[in-house]
Design a protein around this ligand. Structure first.
Ligand code: FES
Ligand SMILES: [Fe+2]
Length: 466
């Protein structure tokens, strides 16, 4: 094998880069897609106990999940004053409620009398306030303590001391985020380049077309890491694309990959096994056949990307009543995936337009919930329709059971097919996991940031103990 150790992280796959592809596109990409941000962050193995050990899982709960911003729901889940949404993460639960037309608040889902959970199920609902099923304490929509049956026995209880405990809450592009740490820095800091980049890609003006939830038999980090690199494409998806994907790390909380469709570089596969994708390389006509667009004979000077992107502009434009004439080829076609620490992915593309979220399932280190929200641009002037009910799949069910996922169903089955084996293998391994310096750099960045949260929590614990 070639030795790339001289300058770790500087090596790239042979062949055409994403920057080259985007630079030769018929419709040029906007500034965020032509930026690059990578730095070498080390190449030491990561210990497997991070994925398998209950103690580490509990550290994540108390040190990270309770202290960082996390996407809880979309604004269209609570469109009307009085609507609420319950979001659960591990042992923690929060009620997010629309208290006025332009005002959202969040509270810990727990009665201030003896702690009873107020709303039992995760998900949306509505009402004029909250009522505890145990002794009947009640609260206004804005969390203010309203009524205490037998108040004569509670002279020490009043609105100021016993209203619902507030949780930090903020919005970005139609997503509602919460943070249990009332002293947390603003959401904007955690979002880093996201507001600037997504000023080009307004996700607030997309609707949820489909929401799929599936239990997966792996630690939540292992599951999301299967979606952070395209290195697996050749083997897991038997696809020649992805070897030239671009990886960017914009800061501790935000990373990205760009993986181009309608193009691939045979040179990039020079050290992958077999000749299947190398000789002869796919023609532009064959590349067009790989895109979900109407097929036609290409002229000599036409490319699959330019024609595919234009077909999508026209077909999706007519279907959705949206003008895509200003959208670049890359936005129309590519898999562009931003990750926001700790667990959310946002895709600004038009064909590949979605958001993902990975969470632990209850308190189980070995399983998680993977949610896919397929997003769709709204017509000019249209308002958000009610979001669809989530479709829930058990561990053993196939994504192909969800018709609306179309060709993506089989792809998600492939993506999740290795997870149980990986979770099992991690438990018997004597060594840590090894990461590629470039293609798996986002995974390393994630773990460094996780360590930072755990160290901060440890420090805070130390100072409160002593
Ligand atoms: S625990 Fe809620 S009213 Fe007693
Ligand atoms: Fe994949």
């Amino acid at each position: 094998m070639a030795d790339n150790a001289q300058s770790p992280g500087s090596a790239r796959a042979l062949g055409t880069s994403i920057a080259d592809v985007l630079a030769s596109d018929a419709r040029p990409a906007p500034a965020p897609l032509t930026t690059h941000a990578y730095e070498f962050l080390g190449d030491a193995d990561l210990p497997t106990h991070r994925y398998t050990c209950d103690d580490f899982f509990q550290q994540e709960m108390s040190g990270m999940w309770s202290r960082c911003w996390q996407w809880a729901c979309r604004e269209e889940h609570i469109p009307t004053v009085g609507d609420h949404y319950v979001y659960d993460i591990g042992p923690y639960s929060v009620i997010i409620t629309r208290v006025a037309v332009g005002e959202i608040k969040a509270f810990i889902n727990s009665c201030t009398h003896r702690g009873t959970r107020l709303l039992s199920e995760e998900g949306p609902g509505s009402g004029q306030g909250f009522h505890c099923p145990f002794h009947g304490w009640s609260y206004d929509l804005d969390g203010t303590l309203k009524d205490v049956p037998g108040h004569w026995d509670f002279p020490h209880v009043c609105e100021a001391t016993h209203s619902l405990q507030s949780v930090r809450c903020d919005t970005w592009q139609g997503f509602i985020f919460v943070n249990f740490d009332i002293d947390a820095k603003p959401l904007r800091e955690q979002l880093d380049v996201m507001p600037e980049h997504f000023s080009h890609f307004p996700l607030s003006h997309r609707r949820i077309r489909l929401h799929v939830q599936k239990a997966l038999p792996a630690n939540w980090k292992a599951a999301q890491e299967a979606f952070m690199e395209a290195y697996h494409n050749f083997t897991t998806h038997d696809a020649p694309t992805g070897a030239n994907a671009q990886y960017d790390i914009f800061g501790p909380h935000v990373s990205r990959f760009i993986h181009s469709l309608g193009h691939y570089s045979p040179e990039a596969l020079s050290d992958y096994p077999g000749d299947k994708w190398r000789a002869p390389p796919l023609t532009e006509q064959e590349l067009l056949a790989g895109l979900p667009v109407e097929q036609r004979q290409l002229a000599e000077d036409e490319t699959a990307r330019a024609v595919g992107a234009q077909q999508l502009r026209e077909a999706l434009g007519a279907q959705l009543n949206v003008d895509f004439s200003a959208a670049s080829d890359s936005e129309m076609l590519d898999s562009i995936e931003y990750h926001v620490f700790p667990n959310a992915f946002f895709f600004p593309g038009i064909l590949i337009s979605m958001a993902y979220r990975f969470r632990p399932l209850d308190d189980d280190v070995d399983s998680c919930l993977f949610e896919i929200l397929m997003l769709e641009p709204l017509a000019e002037g249209a308002t958000h329709p009610d979001p669809p009910e989530p479709v829930y799949l058990e561990v053993e069910q196939s994504y192909t059971e969800v018709d609306e996922l179309a060709w993506l169903g089989a792809v998600y089955d492939q993506d999740t097919s290795n997870l149980q084996l990986q979770q099992q293998g991690l438990k018997s391994s004597r060594k840590g996991i090894t990461l590629g310096n470039y293609q798996e750099a986002r995974i390393r960045r994630f773990h460094l940031t996780l360590d930072h949260y755990l160290a901060q929590a440890h420090l805070a614990q130390g100072s409160s103990d002593g």
